[in-house]
Ligand binder design. Structure first.
Ligand SMILES: *[C@@H]1O[C@H](CO)[C@@H](O)[C@H](O)[C@H]1NC(C)=O
Ligand SMILES: *[C@@H]1O[C@H](CO)[C@@H](O)[C@H](O)[C@H]1NC(C)=O
Ligand SMILES: *[C@@H]1O[C@H](CO)[C@@H](O)[C@H](O)[C@H]1NC(C)=O
Length: 527
């Protein structure tokens, strides 16, 4: 009874669709389609391990990156494990070995301890020296890995460079007597700028920098030696745009390292170990239960504050470890609210009226020009960080620009996400849950039918406007039961919103009083 031709045509269309987006995934919209089917599974599994955080969990200044503390820490183990994950098979490696942990559904990660050298004839191989002395030595197996955070997504994973980790062969032994072109005093950390990372703000952090930090933060203190980033699919624009974070993730006792363009570098680099790939703890997530030092997303927030402001916390604030705005300056001004201004899709059509409304509610209002990575008018990351970290509230429609929530001040600032029709759950999972884990006040404003531009295309009682949850269900009956092609085309890329000013005014008023309450609480707490 099935119409075979129709099914074939649909499959073909879907394949074409996926390929097209896999190749040109430059906007969050397009990328969301590819990860969305995995989305509910990931967020669901995370809940069991989320822990409540309070100010005592904030990192101390001693732990802030690159603080040169004179190396007096006797609390440290004599030899630092490359792997910081609780319960990992690679956490107690011998001094000469290769170990991969492939137990996670999102990301594989491999570790090498010993004398590790890049193979200049094929820089995608990392060789472990010296070669085994017996031909039967199989304690050091060959491993291959495509280092990316979406194992479950074959379309993107197959485009990630494959790195080979192996013991040097006896016939390569002559090599070990040859000098290294570049000798590094810290292990290599091999990551990729490929996949969706180079062209998209959300993916750059969600799939790149945050996972890299989770994997190596325990090594980044100066006295712990740091790591040297070796980047696959190196992209100069990405490297320039994110120079500060990359410098923070690639530094050692000697100096901040040059980042290695691994695929194009024909020199022999020698390292005292290597890490290939990253851990992944969920969307914009750090799971303290999986880290031996219990680090949280607040520590990543502090890392970013450090790299963008190039400042360590002043001594008087070391018990908090926060980079704080001086209290006087903060108490005497109106709360400051930033509106992320999108172009193209999910535009707030009455943005100017929303800005005036926020001013009437009592905020000083900044409109932050968002836009794609390639936009010329966009702020540099340090400028964006300076802007957002000074806000009391950030308002924006669902989209990658909300990644800036990582810059907001935990416990002091609010995120207001406008969810257009049909993206309520995505909005909550991708930015709402991370905002709450960071200790931000979170408000989600779910647009109603009459606020959506779709109500100009469909009749008010049409299922697309009247019942998005039903409209999204997959008629073809596959996978997670949702029609992602349809969701992408109609709800993510085919929709703008005009906010109901009376209803949105209530949301803004709640946030405004919350900000004032937080200030009062702080004042009375410190009095
Ligand atoms: C690497 O390539 C450059 C030019 O691309 C060449 O000048 C240099 O000699 C090469 N180095 C090695 C170690 O092969
Ligand atoms: C991390 O948390 C566990 C469990 O709460 C605790 O036993 C351990 O001491 C903590 N470790 C550090 C380094 O704070
Ligand atoms: C949304 O607004 C933008 C900018 O005004 C416009 O280019 C786009 O066509 C609009 N989209 C829809 C579906 O109305």
């Amino acid at each position: 009874m099935e119409d075979v031709a129709a099914i074939k045509a649909a499959r073909k269309a879907r394949r074409r669709f996926l390929v097209q987006f896999a190749v040109g995934c430059t906007s969050f919209v397009l990328c969301v389609l590819l990860y969305a089917p995995q989305f509910s599974m990931l967020t669901a599994s995370y809940h069991t391990t989320t822990t409540r955080l309070d100010a005592d969990d904030y990192s101390t200044a001693e732990e802030v990156l690159l603080v040169d503390d004179g190396g007096g820490g006797n609390a440290l183990p004599p030899r630092l494990d490359l792997d910081n994950q609780v319960g990992s098979p690679c956490s107690s490696m011998p001094e000469h070995g290769i170990c991969c942990d492939r137990s996670d559904a999102n990301a594989d990660v491999c570790f090498m301890t010993g004398d590790v050298r890049t193979d200049p004839t094929t820089s995608l191989s990392l060789l472990l020296f010296p070669p085994p002395t017996t031909t039967t030595a199989d304690d050091v197996a060959e491993e291959r890995i495509r280092p990316y955070t979406r194992k479950w997504d074959p379309a993107v994973t197959k485009r990630i460079h494959e790195v080979t980790l192996r013991a040097a062969r006896p016939d390569e032994a002559a090599w070990s007597r040859r000098h290294c072109d570049v000798v590094h005093d810290a292990p290599a950390h091999v990551v990729t700028a490929g996949g969706y990372n180079a062209g998209n703000y959300f993916h750059a952090f969600n799939d790149g920098f945050l996972p890299a930090w989770i994997t190596t933060q325990h090594l980044l203190l100066r006295r712990r030696g740091g790591v040297v980033l070796a980047v696959l699919a190196y992209d100069q624009r990405w490297a320039d745009r994110h120079a500060e974070v990359l410098a923070g993730l690639s530094s050692s006792s000697a100096s901040a390292h040059q980042i290695i363009d691994l695929v194009n570098d024909n020199r022999t680099h020698c390292f005292p170990g290597a890490i290939v790939g990253t851990r992944f703890h969920g969307y914009l997530a750090v799971d303290p239960a999986r880290l031996r030092d219990n680090k949280t997303i607040l520590d990543f927030h502090d890392f970013l504050a450090h790299v963008y402001t190039n400042k360590n916390p002043p001594a008087s604030q070391q018990h908090r470890g926060r980079l704080d705005v001086p209290r006087q300056q903060q108490q005497n001004r109106r709360p400051r609210l930033g509106i992320v201004s999108r172009r193209g899709t999910r535009v707030i059509e009455n943005e100017a009226a929303v800005a005036r409304l926020a001013a009437r509610v009592g905020f000083d209002v900044d409109v932050i020009e968002a836009g794609k990575e390639e936009a010329h008018r966009q702020l540099t990351l340090p400028a964006l960080h300076a802007e957002v970290s000074g806000l009391d509230a950030l308002v924006g429609a669902h989209g990658s620009d909300l990644t800036s929530l990582l810059f907001l001040r935990p416990g002091r600032a609010a995120l207001v996400q406008v969810a257009p029709l049909g993206v309520t759950g995505l909005a909550r999972g991708l930015f709402g849950v991370p905002a709450q884990r960071m200790g931000l006040r979170y408000e989600q404003y779910d647009a109603r039918g009459h606020e959506s531009s779709l109500s100009r295309v469909y009749a008010p009682d049409h299922v697309v406007v009247a019942d998005p949850e039903r409209a999204k269900r997959n008629k073809k009956g596959g996978g997670d039961g949702l029609d992602w092609e349809f969701i992408g085309r109609v709800y993510l890329t085919g929709q703008n919103v005009t906010l109901d000013l009376a209803r949105f005014g209530e949301t803004l008023a709640r946030v405004h009083s919350w900000v004032l309450e937080q200030r009062q609480r702080e004042e009375s707490g410190s009095a």
